[in-house]
Design a protein around this ligand. Structure first.
Ligand code: AFP
Length: 338
């Protein structure tokens, strides 16, 4: 046993040394998120027991109000971060407007956007769920954050990451110095560096998408998925395998390690959501930062996700993300067939 054991705290401090002017504010913010994740996973691991310990919305045997897990995760992220003096505002997938830092607490130099419990419809079936986050520097010049601080393109992110509550709990993040993954050792309650410098294979053999939407996709997207499934006799390639659970964090994480493409294209199913289901600021942009740092790509089918100038907090975008060559190919089909 010669491998070095690096805790997430040690890793953040080591990274901070690359920036002699760093105040530690940013490092501490990342650590607060890791801590929030540990509190969330404690409850996620009890998800199957709500029937026994009390239903969400009821009072449990200890006389405590039982919260729905997504509400609990949202409140945990807010409570862990509203008083630390590192943030000037927050935004959550669960809240329609930005979440101000209460007046009694100091305001910091960063804004945090998060999806507290991604894939929440998978909780009832004991499949993986996750938390996604994105951090930007304040640009408004105001003490308390404003909408302007959130409406920044992906390439301006200071850090992004996710936590996957799966067979084990992992936190994967980037602050522009590569992508690093940490696995939670529940016996000591520490995230330990298990996947340093993750690189996504340039081409994969897997595609992840909700094919139930096939008939609502554009011609180009349909042709691309048909192409992935067809044996490529001429090129000598075999057909791709499908993998889809319906939690972005889990589907993305699999492709990040094994190679492949995740797609949530625009569809005509719901006229209120002409750009697909996923949100730019709390889902697509953070995953795009991670995948680019790992050598992959993220596109809305036409342009890089990282280049999109957001227009509203909950803006939705089509997403094609994963191995570089696969995303290039998806774009080619969309260019050619619409
Ligand atoms: P929920 O949090 O409502 O379960 O949505 C999860 C999600 O935003 C994302 O994690 C999945 O990739 C996508 O939606 C799944 O959507 P479909 O159920 O339409 O496939």
């Amino acid at each position: 046993m010669t491998a070095k054991i690096t805790t997430i705290e040690r890793h953040f401090l080591d990274q901070q040394r690359h920036f002699p002017d760093a105040t530690g504010e940013f490092t501490s913010l990342l650590y607060d998120i890791a801590l929030a994740a540990k509190i969330i996973v404690r409850e996620v691991n009890k998800a199957g027991l709500v029937e026994i310990l009390g239903l969400a919305g009821e009072v449990n045997v200890q006389g405590e109000q039982v919260m729905k897990l997504d509400v609990f995760a949202n409140e945990t992220m807010i409570r862990m971060n509203d008083h630390t003096g590192r943030l000037c505002a927050m935004a959550s997938e669960e809240n329609p407007d930005i979440i101000p830092i209460p007046d009694q607490f100091p305001a910091g130099n960063y804004v945090l956007v998060f999806d507290p419990l991604d894939g929440s419809s998978n909780i009832d079936v004991n499949a993986s769920v996750g938390t996604i986050f994105s951090i930007h520097r304040k640009v408004s010049g105001r003490e308390r954050g404003t909408l302007e601080d959130f409406l920044q393109p992906g390439y301006e992110q200071a850090a992004a990451g996710y936590i996957i509550y799966g067979a084990s709990t992992m936190m994967v993040y980037t602050s522009g110095q590569g992508v690093h993954g940490f696995t939670l050792d529940p016996s000591v309650g520490e995230f330990l560096l298990s996947h340093p410098n993750i690189q996504i294979p340039p081409r994969g053999r897997y595609y992840s998408t909700n094919e139930g939407n096939y008939h609502y996709w554009s011609g180009g997207v349909r042709r691309y998925v048909d192409y992935l499934k067809a044996p490529g006799k001429a090129s000598g390639r075999s057909s791709y395998s499908g993998r889809y659970i319906g939690t972005l964090v889990a589907d993305f994480h699999r492709n990040l390690l094994a190679g492949g493409i995740f797609m949530y294209p625009a569809d005509t199913k719901d006229p209120k959501k002409p750009h697909g289901k996923l949100r730019l600021l709390c889902e697509a942009a953070p995953m795009a930062f991670i995948v680019e740092q790992a050598g992959g790509r993220a596109s809305d089918g036409r342009e890089d996700i990282m280049q999109i100038q957001p227009e509203s907090l909950h803006q939705r975008v089509p997403l094609f993300i994963g191995s570089r060559e696969d995303v290039d190919e998806a774009e080619q089909f969309i260019r050619e067939f619409g």
